[in-house]
Design a protein around this ligand. Structure first.
Ligand SMILES: [Fe+2]
Ligand SMILES: [Fe+2]
Length: 312
């Protein structure tokens, strides 16, 4: 950028500070961005004149109706002080006038390419907004501007679509993560259930064996004293032990009874026909009527017991 343009920018910026937000320095930059691109299509464009006109086009916005005239005057004064060529000053002056909306302009159509470019670039921001598209799109001088608006809107639509897709992707990803977590929980739950099932699958069979075991035990309790050391009793006691071992190996354990405190989780009390035993503590189990068993830690048969109690 040459010195004149630098000075012009510095000078004009001070004026733009007094303007409203829509006509501030940011707007100048926006207009220049579009103007520069449009000018690429027209090699005959005087870029210096165009840039000076863009720099000054809204510089004096104190009276919106006359701002194109006042801004052109401001530019003229500045450029004269810089000894800028008269012919060029006049051109900048006219281009600034040309930027004013032609639908309300009495001065006539823009004659120069710089005038047409500045008009189109100035209205570009309105043409890409949904509310003003219809109003400004048809007013452009240049087809190139309409093409730029089309491309801008197409890209914006694409960006919106991309944004939508990103949102969808995030939704699907979190859905998938949730499903994966649910599946893992299900697998864990299934594994636990399977283990439980294996542990208790034989429970019915084992429970069917327990009365046999009970009968075995009570038969042993009734062996006459003189037979206790006989060979066949010894033989049978091996069979009983085999059965006991088999049950133990399969997770069966006896529930302790006589001498223990009564526990409703483990024991089932039957009527005390023995009477209260003064020698023993109240609540202690004094007789086992039927053995109780746990299978893998779970009570499968509560022990029937007689509890030392005063009332019964
Ligand atoms: Fe303006
Ligand atoms: Fe403007």
């Amino acid at each position: 950028m040459n010195d004149l343009l630098k000075k012009a920018e510095k000078f004009a910026k001070k004026h733009y500070k007094q303007n409203d937000e829509k006509h501030g320095w940011a707007h100048v930059k926006e207009v220049w961005e579009v103007a520069e691109k449009l000018a690429e299509n027209f090699p005959e464009t005087d870029m210096e004149v165009l840039k000076l006109a863009v720099i000054f086009h809204d510089a004096d916005y104190s009276d919106p109706d006359k701002h194109h005239l006042n801004s052109a005057e401001l530019a003229k004064g500045f450029l004269q002080e810089q000894d800028y060529a008269n012919e060029k000053i006049n051109k900048v002056y006219q281009v600034i006038l040309d930027h004013r909306g032609r639908y309300r302009r009495a001065e006539g159509e823009a004659e120069t390419i710089e005038g047409r470019i500045i008009y189109d670039a100035d209205k570009f921001r309105w043409a890409v907004s949904p509310e003003f598209y219809d109003k400004y799109y048809s007013l452009f001088y240049l087809d190139e501007t309409r093409k730029m608006v089309d491309e801008y809107l197409k890209k914006q639509k694409g960006d919106d679509k991309e944004q939508d897709l990103k949102v969808k992707c995030r939704e699907y990803l979190s859905g998938w993560k949730r499903a994966q977590a649910d599946y893992q929980n299900l697998q864990k739950e299934f594994g636990k259930k399977k283990k439980e099932y294996v542990q208790f699958a034989n429970a019915n069979l084992i429970m069917a064996l327990l009365p046999i075991m009970d009968n075995f035990k009570s038969a042993f309790n009734q062996i006459p004293e003189q037979e206790k050391d006989s060979a066949w009793v010894t033989g049978f006691s091996y069979i009983k032990k085999q059965l006991e071992d088999f049950l133990r190996q399969n997770g069966v354990e006896n529930i302790p009874t006589v001498g223990q405190r009564f526990d409703p989780e483990l024991h089932e009390a039957v009527e005390n026909d023995q009477g209260f035993d003064q020698e023993k503590q109240e609540g202690l189990i004094i007789k086992e009527m039927r053995p109780g068993y746990k299978l893998n830690g779970r009570v499968i048969q509560a022990a029937k017991v007689i509890v030392n109690s005063k009332t019964s």
